[in-house]
Design a binder for this molecule. Structure first.
Ligand SMILES: Nc1nc2c(ncn2[C@@H]2O[C@H](COP(=O)(O)OP(=O)(O)OP(=O)(O)O)[C@@H](O)[C@H]2O)c(=O)[nH]1
Length: 375
């Protein structure tokens, strides 16, 4: 049985626009919709706390805007099902646009929203996640990141930053250079890989946040960049091209096994020091060998269905034996999307995985991954 999804011809890229309440999502969206950028965009908006689902598809110039207002998109299964229905409607006349933006409510956790696209197979085959773009209010974010009320419970402001592929620090007109520097330092501790951009009223070079997979020489690199996986051969400097990761036992100096998404930063706001999920970590694994694709797909599915509550995101670029194409892994909690992409071309074949979450068993993951290497 084929356990991974074969690629359809051309997939519609989806950008998930997230950010805490009032961070400037609608402002950015309006900027995107009025800017000439060559994309024809359909928008799905999810406002928090409104009553009705507006099932009309509203056409606004070249763009299509669809409002979902019956609850928070990340909290209610019904709303996520609505999202799939909306998506199917959009896909039924996809000739009219080439990009979809989903604006989540300010209290949403973007990961369940991203997950929703993988749930429905017919939708999953037609769309792909371009990027999770998280807006940060340069002036107010501290009070949410260090919210003492949330001590010990889920903090959506933190989750939004952790899940980001691009972070846009907005409202820089309201913050000093010093405060921005310190904020960016805090953001870096939460998310070590997403590029951090700055804006006022959402004005940003849109090529940095939309269609970020376009126009790069190496397709492998491009996909890796979207997934924020560093595919650079760190080991060149050491003449160690074939270094294998041994998880916890690996002592390679350049190896990025454990990125600490936890943080005990001193709050700029003067609130008492607060620990956000010091338990959230990321581990990466790199292997020069190719994998048995079926085995790996089976392992990922089983492992994430068992531990996916704690594992927020899993990403990877994978070399599969006897297949010219590199495979892209993108999982959100328990839902796994693992599929072939383009040919490796001139790029060196190697596999790299990133696991982000709590209570990660690095040795166990390493052992299990190794068991899926091609014979
Ligand atoms: N000074 C300043 N104000 C901004 C900037 N960007 C947005 N705003 C203002 O911030 C407020 C909130 O912006 P929105 O775009 O509505 O924020 P949002 O993220 O969509 O808010 P929610 O829908 O509540 O989640 C509005 O009054 C904007 O005009 C900025 O760069 N500088």
């Amino acid at each position: 049985m084929n356990m991974y999804i074969e690629p359809a011809n051309k997939k519609l890229p989806i950008t998930i626009l997230t950010g805490f309440l009032g961070s400037g999502k609608t402002t950015l969206l309006n900027y995107i919709l009025t800017e000439r950028h060559g994309h024809r965009i359909a928008v799905i908006e999810n406002e928090f706390g409104e009553v009705d689902v507006d099932s009309d598809l509203v056409l606004a110039s070249d763009e299509e805007i669809f409002q979902m207002q019956n609850g928070c998109i990340c909290c209610f299964v019904d709303v996520r099902n609505d999202l799939i229905d909306v998506m199917k409607k959009l896909l039924s006349h996809k000739d009219k646009f080439d990009h979809i933006i989903v604006e989540t409510s300010g209290l949403a956790d973007p990961t369940p929203v991203a997950t929703a696209f993988f749930v429905d197979r017919s939708v999953a085959e037609e769309v792909e996640l371009d990027a999770v773009v998280t807006l940060v209010d340069a002036m107010h974010i501290d009070q949410h990141l260090y919210d003492p009320v949330l001590d010990g419970s889920d903090n959506q402001a933190v989750n939004q930053i952790v899940a980001a592929d691009r972070i846009l620090v907005n409202k820089i007109d309201l913050a000093s250079e010093e405060a921005l520097g310190s904020l960016e330092g805090s953001l870096r501790k939460l998310n070590q890989t997403a590029p951090i951009l700055r804006s006022t009223y959402g004005k940003v070079d849109l090529s940095n946040i939309l269609g970020v997979n376009g126009f790069r020489p190496s397709y492998v690199r491009e996909r890796a960049e979207i997934l924020d996986i560093d595919m650079d051969d760190d080991h060149d400097a050491h003449g160690d091209h074939h270094h294998e990761c041994h998880g916890a036992t690996c002592d390679h100096p350049d190896h990025d096994h454990e990125r600490d998404h936890g943080h005990d930063h001193a709050p700029a706001s003067g609130l008492r020091p607060h620990q956000h999920d010091a338990t959230v970590k990321s581990h990466s694994f790199v292997y020069p060998q190719s994998f048995d694709g079926e085995k790996l797909a089976g392992f990922l599915k089983d492992y994430l269905s068992e531990y996916g509550d704690d594992i927020f995101r899993t990403k990877g670029i994978v070399s599969v034996a006897n297949d010219e194409r590199f495979f892209v892994l993108q999982a959100v909690h328990k839902l796994v999307d693992f599929r072939p992409d383009h040919s490796w071309g001139d790029d060196t074949r190697k596999s790299k995985f990133v696991f982000i979450g709590r209570n990660l068993d690095r040795d166990g993951i390493d052992r299990n991954l190794r068991a899926c290497l091609a014979a």
